[in-house]
Design a protein around this ligand. Structure first.
Ligand SMILES: Cc1cc2nc3c(=O)[nH]c(=O)nc-3n(C[C@H](O)[C@H](O)[C@H](O)COP(=O)(O)OP(=O)(O)OC[C@H]3O[C@@H](n4cnc5c(N)ncnc54)[C@H](O)[C@@H]3O)c2cc1C
Length: 447
C-alpha cells in the first residue's frame, strides 16, 4: 500500500462494491469521529496507527506505548558483531505525532471490553470504537529454573528485545577469551523471528574470526529438531566459520539434549536433559507468549499463550472490536506448518490489513480482502545474506498459503542433475537488500 492515498483507497473500495464512493453512506463516520486506540508502538502498532491516519485522516487515533524510543530487533544481531551501531535501529514517535496520531507514553494496565475503554498505569482512560492490540511477546523466565529478569539484565542476557541487553551481550562477546565458549539457548517454537538465533551465531562467529578469537566456539543449544532456512545457514556456516564438532559453530538438536531446563548463573552452566554445558558467555532466549496485556484481557485463547484472530481482518476470536496483530497473534496455515512467522514484516502487513478493514467499516464500505506478506532476511556476514518470503490469501474464511508466490533463497543454481554453486555476488546483494528492507520498514512504521 506504499503508493496508496486515502482517495485512491476509498475509490478502489467503492469500485470493488460496484458503486460510486459518493453514493455509499458514510455510516459510522457520518455520526461520530471514529476512535481507534492502539496498544504498543512497535512494528505492528506503529504501522497500524500510521496507516489509519494515511487512509483516513478523519479517524481519531491514539497510540499508547510505554517507551519513548523504539529499537528494532531486525538486524540487531549486527550490533553484536560491531557491523552496525544500535542508533541505526532506533526511532522515536515524532513522525507518527506529525501525522496526527495522539501518542501517549504510558503502560496500559487494563482493557475493559464492555465499557470499550483502556486504562493506563498513569491514570489515563481512553474510550475506543476499535482497539488494536500489538504488545509483542513476553519472555517466560519462569520456564527455565535459575533464570529471572534480573539475571537476564545482569549476567545472562536474552537480547531478544533489542536495547540495553543487546549492548550487554556485545560487551560480553568482546571480553570472550580466545578458545572461549558462547552458548545460545533456543526455546521451543513458536518464537519471535524463527531464523534469528542462527543468524546471531553467525554474527558472533564473524566477530570472533575478525578479532583474534579464532578458537572460540559457539554452541547452539536448541529445544527444536530443525530450524528455519537450515540448508542455507549450514552452507554458510561451513563455508565461513566451520560447522560441526570441529568448527566454530555447532548445533545441538532437541533430540540430542539441546533444550535447556536450568541454568546456574554463578557456575555459568546450562543443564539439559542429557548434558551440562559450561559457557563463558550464555545467551538464553526464554520461551515466549503473547504480551501480558493481551493475556490479562483474555485474548490469548490458544493455550493461554497466543491470541487467535479472524483471517479476514485480524479481529480477536474472543472479543468483538478488538484486533490483535504482530507477535502476540497466531495465524496462517498452521496445520501444514505454514503458520504466520513472528516477524516485523508480518506485523506490518497485518497492521495494514486491520487499518484497511477499519477504514472501510467506518466509511460504510465493503470489507477489503487482505493478502498477508512476510519477508525475512538473515545476514550471516557483511557480504552474505539470504531471505524467505511468505504470502497468504484468505479464502472461505481461512488463510491459504500461496505456494507459488512464496519462496526462499536458492542453495544452488543450475539443474538438479548439474547443480552450480550460488555466486557470492548473489549472497552479497541479499545482504545489501536487507539493509534497504529495514530502512523501508522502519519508515513504513514510524515516519
Ligand atoms: C534478533 C532478532 C532479529 C529479528 N529479525 C527480524 C527480521 O529480520 N525480519 C523481521 O521481519 N522480523 C525480525 N524480528 C522479529 C521482530 O522484531 C518482531 O516480529 C516484531 O518486533 C513484532 O512486532 P510487534 O509490534 O508485535 O512487537 P514489538 O515490536 O515488540 O512491539 C511491541 C510494543 O508494545 C509495547 N507494549 C507492550 N505492552 C505494553 C503495554 N501494556 N503498555 C504500553 N506499551 C506496551 C512494547 O514496549 C513494544 O514497544 C527479529 C527479532 C529478533 C529478536
Amino acid at each position: 500500500m506504499h503508493m496508496l492515498d486515502r482517495r485512491n483507497f476509498l475509490k478502489a473500495l467503492g469500485a470493488a462494491a460496484g458503486a460510486s464512493i459518493l453514493s455509499i453512506p458514510r455510516g459510522f463516520a457520518a455520526t461520530a469521529k471514529a476512535r481507534v486506540v492502539v496498544i504498543g508502538g512497535g512494528f505492528g502498532g506503529g504501522s497500524a496507527a500510521r496507516y489509519l491516519r494515511l487512509l483516513d485522516p478523519g479517524i481519531d487515533v491514539t497510540l499508547i506505548e510505554r517507551g519513548t524510543l523504539y529499537t528494532s530487533c531486525p538486524l540487531s544481531n549486527e550490533v553484536l558483531s560491531g557491523s552496525r551501531a544500535i542508533e541505526s535501529l532506533q526511532a522515536g514517535y515524532g513522525g507518527l505525532a506529525r501525522r496526527g496520531v495522539k501518542v501517549v507514553h504510558d503502560e496500559v494496565a487494563a482493557i475493559d471490553p464492555v465499557k470499550k475503554s483502556v486504562s493506563t498505569a498513569g491514570g489515563g482512560e481512553f474510550g475506543y470504537d476499535a482497539l488494536i492490540v500489538s504488545p509483542g511477546v513476553d519472555l517466560n523466565f519462569a520456564a527455565i529454573e535459575g533464570l529471572s529478569q534480573e539475571v537476564a539484565e545482569t549476567r545472562i542476557p536474552h537480547a531478544w528485545k533489542a536495547g540495553p541487553q543487546t549492548l550487554l551481550l556485545k560487551k560480553q562477546i568482546e571480553a570472550l577469551p580466545d578458545g572461549g565458549r558462547v552458548l545460545i539457548s533456543v526455546p521451543k517454537a513458536p518464537f519471535r523471528c524463527p531464523p534469528g538465533p542462527y543468524e546471531r551465531a553467525a554474527q558472533i562467529a564473524m566477530y570472533c574470526q575478525q578479532h583474534g578469537k579464532k578458537k572460540a566456539k559457539i554452541l547452539i543449544l536448541d529445544a527444536n529438531d530443525s530450524f528455519s532456512k537450515r540448508p542455507l545457514f549450514e552452507e554458510a556456516w561451513k563455508a565461513l566459520y566451520g560447522y560441526g564438532p570441529n568448527g566454530m559453530i555447532e548445533w545441538v538438536a532437541g533430540a540430542s539434549g539441546g533444550g535447556v531446563e536450568r541454568v546456574d548463573a554463578g557456575a555459568m552452566t546450562c543443564f539439559g536433559m542429557l548434558d551440562d554445558f559450561r559457557g563463558d558467555v550464555i545467551n538464553i532466549i526464554p520461551p515466549h507468549r503473547a504480551g501480558k496485556i493481551a493475556r490479562d484481557a483474555g485474548l490469548a485463547t490458544l493455550k493461554g499463550n497466543w491470541c487467535e484472530v479472524k483471517p479476514e481482518n485480524m479481529e480477536s476470536k474472543a472479543q468483538k472490536d478488538i484486533y490483535v496483530i504482530g507477535d502476540a497473534c497466531v495465524g496462517g496455515e498452521t496445520a501444514t506448518g505454514n503458520g504466520f512467522p513472528k516477524s516485523a514484516h508480518m506485523a506490518n502487513s497485518q497492521a495494514k490489513a486491520v487499518a484497511a478493514s477499519l477504514v472501510a467499516k467506518f466509511n460504510g464500505l465493503p470489507p477489503p480482502v487482505p493478502v498477508y506478506t512476510n519477508t525475512c532476511y538473515s545476514v550471516v556476514a557483511h557480504d552474505w545474506g539470504f531471505s524467505v518470503v511468505h504470502l497468504f490469501r484468505v479464502a472461505d474464511g481461512q488463510w491459504v498459503y500461496i505456494k507459488n508466490g512464496s519462496g526462499i533463497s536458492p542453495t544452488s543454481f543450475g539443474t538438479k542433475e548439474k547443480p552450480q554453486p550460488v555466486p557470492r555476488s548473489y549472497r552479497k546483494m541479499e545482504a545489501e537488500y536487507a539493509d534497504g528492507w529495514l530502512r523501508n520498514l522502519m519508515a513504513d512504521a514510524f515516519s
